[in-house]
Design a protein around this ligand. Structure first.
Ligand code: CTP
Length: 400
């Protein structure tokens, strides 16, 4: 593996990424730029990688490093990738060892940009990123938050643990052509809360793990991801734009807004079907006479049905989830087929939740039903594996 490091203050975070990569058994060659060495010196990279470090093409010339390092790599990740590095990569410059390596690599390439918001938003950078993504490079969206100085905004390097996940996901797939590049995908995750008063709510057991896995898999396949997360306590995957919501009404608003530009919408969230008709401004008190309040519920909008019917972007693929237990009226699959028709979506991922096994678990097992009559069995495996099969199905519909 090659870890390229460009000259940004976030270079210090690449030390932690390097540590994680080597500790998990990867053989990592670090290729910093000359500017990166202003931030973190060569001895640090050499000590952490256990290998010599060079930034230019003039060291060990007899080993032809400007060609060999890229050719031998299974993955090249550049973190941080500065605006300058993106520009040089987009234009095919080869003025140092890292840009030579990018030109000779035939393996997947992940670039994790980090820079000030103005630089990230500049049309020159936007175009460079678009060019790189078109060529199949996985450009991870920067995170939002504190930047180098006192300012905040979009442009932070995602945390090393999150970048490590992106690297292992891209490596695991081993595809040089990310098949979701150029796609905007919307994923909802978690369970909504419907408030009774300022401290109490009706909720459900959805952990958000499957939605996070979908976002993570999509980033590794090159997509731009909007993750609408309802009460998800876990850290969001690197590269996804995260919109945090609480109620079904907020979830609906954000999903509908993002769906306008989406190539696919996957409703992995568990929105509450009902909400209290009235939300008390003050905490509801216990009555002295031992009586309990009666809570009147009203139905929430069905977001999946609405998106399926309105199709904000023509041609977009809409995916629903169904957590089913069979009952007297039919088996899990009978009920799921009926739900697929009722919701009007293209794909329905069906979990058998008799016994509650799937909630909060890292594993999942499902059948993916298609509106074209297809049924794909996904054997027990991780939620990340299921996520990849779901995206495979979505990609086949894009092609179809
Ligand atoms: N869903 C939604 N909006 C709601 C409720 C559910 O978009 N208000 C979506 C979920 O995200 C999921 C799918 O619909 O993708 C199936 O949810 P489920 O609760 O199984 O469906 P219901 O319509 O509530 O059916 P049931 O009558 O079985 O509860």
């Amino acid at each position: 593996m090659v870890l390229g490091v460009a000259g940004g203050i976030a270079a210090y975070k690449a030390c932690e990424l390097l540590r994680r990569l080597t500790e998990s058994g990867h053989d990592v060659t670090v290729v910093p730029t000359a500017s990166a060495l202003e931030f973190v010196g060569a001895p640090t990279w050499a000590a952490l990688s256990g290998k010599p470090v060079a930034a230019d093409v003039w060291s060990q010339v007899h080993e032809v490093p400007h060609v060999r390092i890229g050719q031998a790599a299974d993955l090249v990740v550049v973190a941080p990738a500065t605006a300058d590095l993106l520009a040089r990569a987009a234009h095919g410059l080869a003025d140092d060892l890292l840009t030579n390596t990018l030109l000779t690599a035939r393996c997947p390439v992940v670039l994790a940009p980090a820079m000030h918001t103005e630089m990230w938003e500049h049309p020159a950078t936007r175009e460079n990123v678009a060019v790189l993504r078109r060529r199949g490079v996985v450009v991870v969206e920067p995170a939002e938050g504190r930047l180098t100085g006192k300012d905040t905004g979009k442009g932070r390097l995602p945390e090393p643990a999150e970048l490590f996940d992106v690297c292992t996901d891209v490596l695991a797939r081993g595809v040089a052509e990310p098949d979701l590049a150029g796609r905007h995908l919307v994923v909802s995750a978690g369970g909504t809360r419907e408030y009774l008063d300022p401290v109490r709510f009706l909720g459900n057991r959805s952990s958000g793990l499957q939605g996070l896995a979908l976002a993570r898999a999509a980033v590794a396949r090159g997509a731009q991801v909007t993750l609408v997360a309802a009460n998800v306590a876990l850290p969001a995957p690197a590269g996804a734009r995260v919109v945090r919501v609480e109620t079904t009404a907020e979830l609906r608003e954000q999903v509908v807004a993002a769906a306008a530009t989406a190539d696919a919408v996957v409703m992995a969230a568990a929105p509450a079907d009902f909400r209290p008709a009235d939300v008390s401004d003050a905490k509801i008190k216990k009555a002295d006479d031992g009586s309990a309040p009666l809570v009147e519920l009203v139905q929430n909008p069905d977001i999946l049905k609405e998106i399926s019917a309105s199709r904000p972007r023509p041609g977009a693929v809409v995916v629903g989830f169904a957590a089913e237990t069979g009952d007297a009226t039919g088996s899990v699959l009978d009920l799921a087929r009926a739900k697929l028709a009722r919701k009007g979506c293209d794909l329905l991922v069906v979990n058998d939740v008799s016994g509650g096994a799937v909630f909060g678990s890292p594993d999942n097992e499902a059948v993916i039903l298609g509106s074209d009559g297809s049924a794909v069995d996904v054997p027990a495996g991780t939620k990340l594996q299921l996520a990849h099969v779901i995206w495979d199905q979505v990609v086949s519909r894009f092609r179809g």
